[in-house]
Write a protein that binds this ligand. Structure first.
Ligand code: C2E
Ligand code: CA
Ligand code: CA
Ligand code: CA
Length: 278
């Protein structure tokens, strides 16, 4: 606890506020915000190289703050993760994401939904059963949900987290390693944690068409992930050149501003029904 606390304080300081009193205020305010339904989900599509179709939508939380406007997760997630608020927040995000997923499915697009979860969620006893209960409540097939867990979270309490991932996978829920490549124990970890997808961090994807070192790293990640039966998504794809390089290298899916920024989901339905190319 002590070590992780120190790391989080640094992260929060980078987010712009280093004052612990302010932190407690954010936590209390965030609880009220969740009660008052001030959080909103924006969605970013994941695009398949194979057929250029949307392969799923990732939910990204924002806080529509009554005074400060639309806040990005970096403004409030670190405070939430330091406290029980993250459990309330994740439960809210999961419920809303499953409702939204049912919404676009009813309109004819059965895109799976991806939800980001924190290490603290996976460490909470009974989390996989909690998620299974929500799926049942919404009549959502487990394969229509993907949980994204950062590589650093997987490195936390390895045994507890690995067990949670095994249980989630056994329930038929997808699990992705997020921000892959920036942690220290990357490659070996994939053997012990049975994830279904690897998301390569934006850091390796920027300038991928021009940087031989990143090219070597990304090629080996794709090969290793495929060898373990995982799909590979590249995040932060901003240019057609990078996209072309990834398609050529055998990457499965791409996400990034080239395709769409995170937006409210009906907007993506429009984009899908009226393709960009016409
Ligand atoms: P992430 O899961 O790695 O999400 C990708 C982030 O990169 C998002 O930032 C997205 O808006 C941004 N992004 C997407 N494409 C591009 C691109 O082409 N270029 C650039 N420069 N950026 C791009 P966002 O929405 O601010 O989210 C930041 C992080 O907050 C997420 O990183 C995720 O770790 C966390 N997060 C977001 N929503 C949730 C949530 O509901 N629960 C939890 N626990 N974490 C969340
Ligand atoms: Ca993510
Ligand atoms: Ca990511
Ligand atoms: Ca990231």
């Amino acid at each position: 606890q002590g070590k992780r606390g120190a790391v989080d304080v640094v992260l929060y300081a980078e987010g712009g506020v280093a004052n612990p009193t302010h932190w407690l205020m954010v936590q209390a305010e965030l609880r009220h915000a969740i009660d008052r339904d001030e959080l909103v989900l924006h969605y970013q599509p994941k695009v398949r190289f194979a057929d250029d179709e949307i392969g799923g939508l990732e939910a990204l939380v924002r806080w529509q703050h009554p005074q400060r406007g639309l806040l990005p997760p970096s403004e409030f997630l670190p405070a939430a993760e330091q406290s029980g608020v993250i459990e309330v927040l994740t439960a809210w995000v999961l419920r809303r994401a499953l409702e939204d997923q049912a919404g676009w499915t009813a309109l004819g697009q059965s895109w799976p939904v991806a939800v980001n979860v924190s290490a603290r969620n996976l460490e909470a006893p009974g989390f996989p059963q909690f998620v299974a209960g929500l799926l049942a409540e919404h009549s959502t097939p487990p394969g229509q949900l993907l949980l994204e867990v950062t590589e650093t979270a997987l490195a936390g309490d390895a045994e507890i987290v690995a067990r949670a991932v095994v249980e989630l996978r056994a329930l038929g829920i997808g699990v992705a390693v997020d921000d892959f490549g920036i942690g220290y124990t990357s490659l070996s970890q994939l053997r012990t944690v049975p994830v279904s997808e690897v998301k390569i961090d934006r850091l390796f994807v920027i300038d991928l068409d021009q940087d031989p070192q990143n090219q070597a790293i990304v090629r080996s990640v794709i090969e290793l992930a495929h060898g373990l039966g995982c799909r590979v998504t590249a995040e932060g794809v901003e240019t057609a050149q990078v996209s072309a390089w990834l398609a050529e290298a055998g990457c499965d899916d791409a996400q990034g501003y080239l395709y769409s920024r995170p937006v409210v989901w009906p907007h993506l339905l429009d984009l899908f029904l009226h393709p960009r190319s016409t």
